[in-house]
Design a protein around this ligand. Sequence first.
Ligand SMILES: NC(=O)c1ccc[n+]([C@@H]2O[C@H](COP(=O)([O-])OP(=O)(O)OC[C@H]3O[C@@H](n4cnc5c(N)ncnc54)[C@H](O)[C@@H]3O)[C@@H](O)[C@H]2O)c1
Length: 238
Amino acid sequence: MASDRLKNRKAIVTGAGSGIGAATAVRLRADGAQVFTADVQGDVDFTADLTALDANARLVEQAVAAMGGLDTLVPCAGISAFHPLEGHDDAYFRRVMEVNLVAVFRLVRNAVPHLKAAGNGRIVTIGSTTSSHGDEGLSAYSASKHAVLGFTKSVAAELGPFGVTVNCVQPGAIATAMTAPAFAQMPEFRTFWENKAPLRRLGQPEDIADVIAFLCSDDARFMSGHGVWVDGGAMVRH
Ligand SMILES: NC(=O)c1ccc[n+]([C@@H]2O[C@H](COP(=O)([O-])OP(=O)(O)OC[C@H]3O[C@@H](n4cnc5c(N)ncnc54)[C@H](O)[C@@H]3O)[C@@H](O)[C@H]2O)c1
């Protein structure tokens, strides 16, 4: 339900051209935040491949200019595909790390002075169930998402004294453009996740966006450094 609980927040949301990022931008705005969106595609405020060396610096600069400050980061941009180890080339592994991890690091690093100045900054990174577990064909993705969770914890330790909270949302299987090809090619994969979740369904982008909005709010002011499963309960079951 929309509220005004984020009415003074000035947020960057990446990956906002699709899926979870797009739903997050909608939800943060519905709760009163100013949101500056970024993606390599789609209807966003800043269009760039965020792995480009200077992209995150330019993003922060333009967001601060547009909103008059910056206190909240939600780096949602990410990629995934099934790649068995055999035939898994260096370029793909590096690409996954660049998009899912290095670009997140650069965004956070470039935003630090603004988050410190705000005094009540918020960072919500996007991990995965594969931040804590593995899966066949997802070695690069899982490595990147484990790293995002580790990064989150260290940034929480470093920025906590400046009033910044840093948490990592770990979605289960969510119906977005990322998962659509796998669900189409492997219907049994979709059924597996639907049955694994005690709530017996796939997640929708809004299921994740609503938790992100909570973590950006003052209600979550004493919560930092944690991975938060948002998976319909899937990971409590073997
Ligand atoms: N869908 C799921 O089941 C699921 C589960 C766990 C975690 N996640 C994570 O959630 C986040 C959002 O994924 P989604 O499911 O909404 O997927 P999505 O494909 O719908 O959205 C991802 C967005 O990231 C953008 N993007 C990718 N590479 C980029 C780059 N180099 N520069 C700028 N933008 C780039 C894409 O253009 C796209 O709009 C990702 O980090 C993903 O790993 C998704």
